[in-house]
Design a protein around this ligand. Structure first.
Ligand SMILES: Cc1cc2nc3c(=O)[nH]c(=O)nc-3n(C[C@H](O)[C@H](O)[C@H](O)COP(=O)(O)OP(=O)(O)OC[C@H]3O[C@@H](n4cnc5c(N)ncnc54)[C@H](O)[C@@H]3O)c2cc1C
Length: 300
């Protein structure tokens, strides 16, 4: 059975950074990347906000650069999903591995809207990637569900193509970067539906509209549109961890200040972690700290 000093699970920016810093610390590193595809949530984001670089950087470009550098540092890339971690043994569909320390950087998955029609019309007008599908909606009416950073940044990208972008959010204010909020407030192509939710996605072969419920007024209205982009939160990819590793009430993994779980030798960083701030730079900071702590433990 192959073994590593440190196993890093997940090929998003947190995992790539953890593998990088563990390798710099001089220990053997196995990096498990599901399907060998790095990048995670930012894979399709064409221009990252808040990433400290001289010019615009896309998610795929950032991930590919980190992956290449890790290879040079001697990180062993294992193109496999991990389904369980038991007593420092990792198991997945492609095999079993031993490790001294594990850094779980499995991130989170975008939640789909829980409304009739949403699943049925996924890929036929319902999308979760404006950078992939936005160009299909030139001069069209689109709706975005959500009110956080991801929803607003994707809505702003959609406005480069669409005639109008209606943003439907359950809250009475956005929970997003102020710069995004100002952009949306200052441009009349954005139409805002506060305290509202999409209760049905309408259409036969493709999206023709959404039924929006105004939770304050208590009435429903059909908004005609050709595309619906859904950014209504994240679900943690934490199912591989043993059940005795604590999760918060939403399923995100609980850690201490060094990003170690209550199970010694199992660390969790980035979007899978309870309390993660949501920015790539925070994922990088967490991954660096965890990798250095895990590497220091390898001699114990
Ligand atoms: C649309 C959108 C735009 C964004 N734009 C920005 C931005 O401009 N700037 C910014 O700072 N932040 C942005 N964010 C937030 C940012 O994407 C996240 O905070 C960050 O990507 C989290 O990285 P991560 O590595 O923790 O998790 P993820 O990116 O979720 O990566 C986790 C990886 O682990 C893999 N994985 C899951 N389970 C397993 C398993 N069992 N075995 C092996 N692999 C597994 C997943 O497939 C995935 O590749 C954006 C988010 C979204 C949704």
């Amino acid at each position: 059975m192959a073994s590593f000093d440190i196993a890093v699970i997940g090929g998003g920016i947190a995992g790539l950074t953890a593998a990088h810093h563990a390798a710099l610390a001089g220990v053997s590193v196995g990096h498990f990347i599901a399907d060998g595809m790095p990048g995670g949530l930012v894979m399709n984001v064409g221009a990252l906000d808040g990433w400290p670089a001289a010019g615009a950087v896309g998610g795929a470009e950032l991930a590919a650069g980190l992956l290449g550098r890790n290879e040079e540092l001697g990180v062993s890339l294992v193109p496999s999903r991990i389904d369980s971690i038991q007593a420092k043994t990792l198991s997945g569909p492609d095999g079993t591995w031993r490790t001294k320390q594990v850094i779980v950087a499995t991130g989170a998955s975008l939640r789909m809207l829980d409304a009739p029609g949403a699943e049925r019309l996924a890929g036929r007008g319902v999308s979760q990637c404006a950078w992939c599908d936005g160009g299909l909606y030139r001069d069209a009416e689109v709706v975005v569900a959500g009110g956080g950073d991801a929803a607003l940044s994707e809505a702003i990208h959609l406005a480069e193509f669409a005639r109008s972008v209606t943003i439907v959010t359950r809250s009475e204010m956005f929970r997003a970067r102020r710069s995004y909020v100002s952009r949306v407030a200052d441009d009349e192509r954005f139409k805002l539906r506060w305290a509202s939710e999409i209760v049905e996605v309408l259409g036969d072969k493709g999206v023709e509209g959404v039924r929006v419920r105004d939770n304050e007024a208590g009435n429903d209205e059909v908004v005609a549109c050709n595309g619906l982009f859904v950014f209504v939160g994240l679900a943690p990819n934490a199912g591989l961890l043993p059940p005795d590793v604590a999760r918060d009430e939403r399923g995100f993994v609980v850690t201490d200040a060094h990003f170690e779980t209550a199970s010694r030798g199992i660390f969790a960083v980035g979007a899978v972690r309870s309390g993660y701030g949501g920015r790539l730079t925070q994922a990088v900071a967490e991954a660096t700290t965890a990798a250095e702590h895990a590497a220091a433990r390898c001699d114990d």
